[in-house]
Design a protein around this ligand. Structure first.
Ligand SMILES: [Mg+2]
Length: 107
């Protein structure tokens, strides 16, 4: 994860993103929506495995960029990741409307 974070940080610095719309979360959410749409298109239209991986990379880059934009350190993210992981590992898988889901079913 560290190398992805540092590479994305380098990308933000190279393009002088600090203080611009590039690090504005509303702008970034639009980019993520756009990339999610591209991933959906790749999956539903049967694009190649390579193209589907690329769309996942686009989303992953944006997620890491969100951390950088919001000045969330890698250690802060790491702690949040493992806290959530511990929580979801306790969840049970259930069949809901014919689809298996692993969720918090108390809500
Ligand atoms: Mg894309």
């Amino acid at each position: 994860m560290k190398k992805y974070y540092e590479a994305t940080e380098k990308f933000h610095k190279k393009n002088k993103m600090k203080g611009t719309n590039n690090e504005d979360m509303n702008f970034r959410l639009n980019l993520m929506t756009e990339e999610l749409g591209e991933l959906a298109q790749a999956v539903t239209r049967g694009y190649s495995r390579e193209e589907i991986i690329e769309e996942n990379v686009d989303l992953f880059n944006l997620i890491i960029g969100n951390l950088i934009s919001m000045e969330i350190s890698l250690s802060e993210f790491d702690a949040a990741f493992w806290k959530k992981h511990e929580k979801i590992m306790k969840r049970e898988k259930k069949l809901v409307n014919g689809k298996y889901r692993v969720s918090d079913f108390r809500k």
